[in-house]
Design a protein around this ligand. Structure first.
Ligand code: 7PM
Length: 287
């Protein structure tokens, strides 16, 4: 089997993406999915001590990357101002950087935040809008950090209205190829690009299931693939479980994704996912 043997450089921290790793989710939104604002004080401000506690727990559980996000992309979510997002995220990035030895990803589409990421200590820009916002591409190129380009159909507000594809995998691959080209033209080379098909972002259950089952086809793009399925509605619909009870289903989906080539799994539940992926990595070695 052809191994994508790639040592990625996340602002000085190297990660071997020839095997799979876990990215832990550190949400700093008051209404965040699945961990609803529990990292906030009563005042609605981010509690740095609570955030650091959670971050350390995820690092100890084996997360290679922590993904810090301050904008809720929940369908129909109210948009946060650019300043509000920066005020939430940057102090957290700085605190994690100061206290923990881990790669820091920032989940943002905001050019102003992208521009300040590296100085604060981030090693990756994770953009659900694939750097399509005005100024985001240029900001990412200047930041000089790796980027994760995610596919989404529509916008968080309307993406679940009536998602439709001619051919789900081909359409997503075409979109991602175009965004890679745009990045390359802006000076972001392939050794700094990760791809994500964007589970749940403008996709029906059937789309999500087909995407997971056919994830190997994205390896044609020759770039590491990241997936985010943790506690998402697709897991809830299949299992009939509420958000907090979707962990086993999410781990099953993560395992399928990794066996089908995903090299990073974004999750709320680091410990269980790390164990599952260790088993995958061991089996993948002999395949
Ligand atoms: C509400 C709905 C809140 C959905 C949060 C979400 C991904 C991501 C998110 C993903 C990458 C969630 C999502 N999902 N970044 N950010 N890939 N790269 O369920 O699938 O966490 S936010």
């Amino acid at each position: 089997m052809s191994k994508l043997s790639t040592l990625f450089d996340f602002a000085g921290k190297k990660l071997d993406l020839s095997v799979s790793h876990v990215m832990g989710i550190l949400n700093v939104t008051p209404d965040s999915f699945s961990d609803g604002g529990e990292l906030m004080n009563d005042s609605g401000l981010v509690s740095l001590s609570k955030v650091l506690e959670r971050a350390e727990e995820m690092v100890n559980a084996g997360a290679a990357i922590l993904d810090i996000g301050g904008e809720s992309t929940r369908p129909g979510a109210t948009e946060v101002s650019s300043q509000q997002e920066m005020d939430r995220v940057l102090p957290v990035v700085e605190a994690v950087k100061r206290n923990l030895d881990v790669i820091i990803s920032v989940d943002t589409s905001n050019p102003e935040l992208i521009r300040q990421c590296r100085a604060a200590g981030a090693g990756l820009i994770n953009d659900v809008r694939a750097l399509a916002r005005e100024g985001a591409l240029e900001a990412a190129a200047v930041a000089g950090l790796p980027v994760c380009l995610m596919h989404m159909q529509g916008s968080p507000r309307d993406m679940q209205d009536a998602p439709g594809y001619e051919e789900i995998v081909a359409d997503i691959a075409d979109f991602l190829r175009q965004r890679v080209k745009v990045c390359n033209d802006a000076g972001i080379e392939n050794d700094r690009i990760l791809l994500d098909p964007g589970f749940g972002f403008g996709k029906t259950l059937e789309h999500n299931v087909e995407l997971l089952g056919r994830l190997t086809e994205l390896q044609a793009l020759k770039l590491p693939v990241l997936i985010g399925v943790s506690r998402k509605r697709m897991i809830g619909t299949i299992t009939g479980r509420s958000e907090k009870d979707r962990v086993p289903g999410s781990i099953a989906a993560a395992v399928i994704g990794v066996m089908n080539g995903a090299r990073l799994v974004r999750t709320h539940d680091v410990a269980g996912t790390v164990d599952a992926i260790k088993v995958c990595n061991e089996v993948l070695k002999v395949m």
